[in-house]
Design a protein around this ligand. Structure first.
Ligand SMILES: Cc1cc2nc3c(=O)[nH]c(=O)nc-3n(C[C@H](O)[C@H](O)[C@H](O)COP(=O)(O)OP(=O)(O)OC[C@H]3O[C@@H](n4cnc5c(N)ncnc54)[C@H](O)[C@@H]3O)c2cc1C
Length: 291
């Protein structure tokens, strides 16, 4: 896809990890921040603007997305050391940040290795695992607003919660991370260990968006879904993973609607059997198509 020009009617299946969804009315990838800001300032791109990273936490509906999808991955890819901090642009993958930090001898960044998204997505979602979360390590961020203006904000400007951050009408262009000093070899070994644990416990050979539902307080969505007997439940090509009940896998021919129907079914069964309202962790965007 040619960079720095606005494309029309772009198929989004290859821009999300579930491999489903319709088209973006407009679509843009910029290879640097200045060009992106210029596009937004020109007011020529159609609102609303939706920034996405690797689409690994995203259900894009079959009817497509109105306005403009701006993809950060493959565009804003700078990563460098900035004194005691690490700076990464929004399109850098979490695994790249993790490996870069390990080489620099920083500790505690290993958890990023297995999160298959970008820094922008991790900031927007406060992504985390194995007891660590993105914002624990953020010092400051570079934002862009609806007018294309850039603003540096400190962590204290945000209300940060479990898989939730209030970035309102601004989006993430990059972040400065502060990790404690550590040992390069230990950091590399930790990454290996965590990746191997994921392989054993998650259906990584199928298209998924990771955990579909947020964990309710003091509970685990996967356990609740499994206890309701829903492992293997299937509509069309979408199935509740037999390996990890909070993952919905695309067996090859799933539509976004199949996935959404499975999500609805899980919510209904869990409410009926356990009196628990499961909330989605994944973000749903776009227009419904079919019924
Ligand atoms: C196999 C698998 C395992 C996973 N494991 C984990 C895990 O352990 N922990 C975890 O937290 N998540 C996990 N996830 C979910 C997902 O990888 C994370 O939520 C990740 O942070 C999403 O990043 P992304 O770049 O793919 O974001 P996207 O899916 O592209 O976007 C997610 C949301 O962030 C917004 N967004 C993206 N970029 C920006 C930006 N630059 N500015 C403003 N908003 C933006 C989007 O609009 C959307 O609302 C997993 C997913 C998969 C497929």
């Amino acid at each position: 896809m040619e960079k720095n020009i606005v494309h029309q009617n772009v198929e989004l299946k290859s821009f999300n990890s579930w491999r489903v969804g319709g088209k973006a009315e407009q679509f843009l990838i910029c290879d640097n921040i200045a060009k992106l800001a210029l596009h937004i300032k020109s007011k020529k791109i159609k609102p609303p603007i939706t920034y996405i990273g690797l689409g690994s936490n995203l259900l894009i509906r079959d009817g497509g997305v109105k306005g403009t999808i701006i993809v950060m991955h493959g565009g804003l890819n700078k990563i460098n050391r900035d004194g005691k901090l690490l700076y990464a642009e929004a399109g850098v993958s979490c695994s790249k940040l993790s490996r870069f930090a390990a080489k620099e001898g920083f500790d505690e960044s290993a958890f990023f290795a297995g999160i298959p998204g970008t820094i922008g997505g991790a900031l927007a979602m406060n992504a985390g695992c194995y007891g660590s979360e993105t914002w624990e390590y953020v010092k400051k961020v570079l934002m862009i607003d609806l007018n294309g203006d850039q603003i540096i904000r400190n962590k204290s400007n945000f209300k940060i919660d479990y898989r939730e951050v209030n970035n309102k009408d601004e989006s993430f262009l990059g972040a400065w991370f502060q990790f404690p000093n550590g040992n390069k070899e230990d950091a590399k070994n930790k990454i290996k260990e965590l990746l191997s644990h994921r392989k054993k416990t998650q259906p990584l050979n199928w298209p998924t968006a990771g955990s579909t539902f947020r964990n309710p307080k003091d509970n685990f969505a996967a356990k609740i879904i499994e206890d309701c007997g829903l492992k293997g439940f299937q509509i069309g090509g979408a199935q509740v993973s037999k390996k990890h009940a909070n993952f919905i896998v695309n067996l090859g021919n799933a539509s976004a609607l199949d996935i959404e129907k499975v999500i609805d079914h899980i919510q209904q069964v869990v409410l009926k059997k356990k009196n628990i309202t499961l909330q989605t962790e994944i973000k749903i965007i776009g227009e419904k198509f079919g019924s």
